[in-house]
Design a protein around this ligand. Sequence first.
Ligand code: C2E
Ligand code: CA
Ligand code: CA
Ligand code: CA
Length: 278
Amino acid sequence: AKAQGRGRYQFFTPELNAQVAERLTLENHLRQALERQQLHLVYQPQFAIDRRRLVGCEALLRWQHPEQGLISPARFIPLAEETGLIVEIGRWVLDEACRQAAAWLAAGTPLRVAVNVSARQLGQPDWLAEVEAALARHRLPSCWLELEVTESTLMEDAEQAVRHLQAFKERGIHLAVDDFGTGYSSLTYLKRFSPDLIKIDRAFVMNLPHNRDDAAIVSAIVQLAEALGMQTLAEGVESEEQLDFLAQAGCDVVQGYLTGRPQNAAELTALLATSRGL
Ligand code: C2E
Ligand code: CA
Ligand code: CA
Ligand code: CA
């Protein structure tokens, strides 16, 4: 892979500007990170609004760069999407998340794991087969896996996406619409995909309860979801005040620094030992 990377550098060198060079470097490093296992997952707990029950977690990707330290997914995911490297990375994320979910299940403390899925992955014709293979490899029943898809992803390659998502649903895999309200929110998409869960973006949660517009929007989303038989999760909940508002509004699940930061598997295992109980 290194030789291939170098070859590409040489080919483009005369026209390279600094930005492209930096991107290529990051891309090559990311490719190596995947091979050298410098990527890992952390898990952020999701609690029922009463805070007593741990109902799931979201797997979030981390890249520990040997020189640059921890690199935020906000920086490398967009690059991975542009270059197509996200397909390979996503495959690894899916496998690792299924492995961890199967381990929790085997330990008698099952927990649903949500995995972020990008448009490029959903556009792969063989992606459904890959998800099924990952579940089979780890003997994980499909109900312990949730796939998070953003609205914009749903709109990019609608036909392929519809086929994939319907097939996932038929297999009992949970579907969540991520960052709800930030894309081109089309209610048509909600109807078409009928997700199990709507994740209300942090942008609407941040200024609760004082911002009246956000309060109205969040309440409306919760009511809409309820009417459509879907659950709601509020992202980025950081304060008791926000939590109180969300509970009153009828939101089902919360995820945020208030109830738990993204943490490594061992930490979440410890949390599972104390916070479960149906
Ligand atoms: P996201 O899916 O919206 O993930 C939630 C982000 O909000 C995470 O950032 C999380 O750490 C952060 N967060 C959670 N609670 C709070 C809070 O109370 N306050 C604040 N300020 N932030 C909170 P993170 O881990 O940096 O991930 C950023 C984005 O990178 C994710 O946004 C997601 O779009 C993408 N991403 C992460 N992992 C993957 C992956 O495995 N695959 C794909 N395709 N994308 C990923
Ligand atoms: Ca997400
Ligand atoms: Ca989100
Ligand atoms: Ca977000």
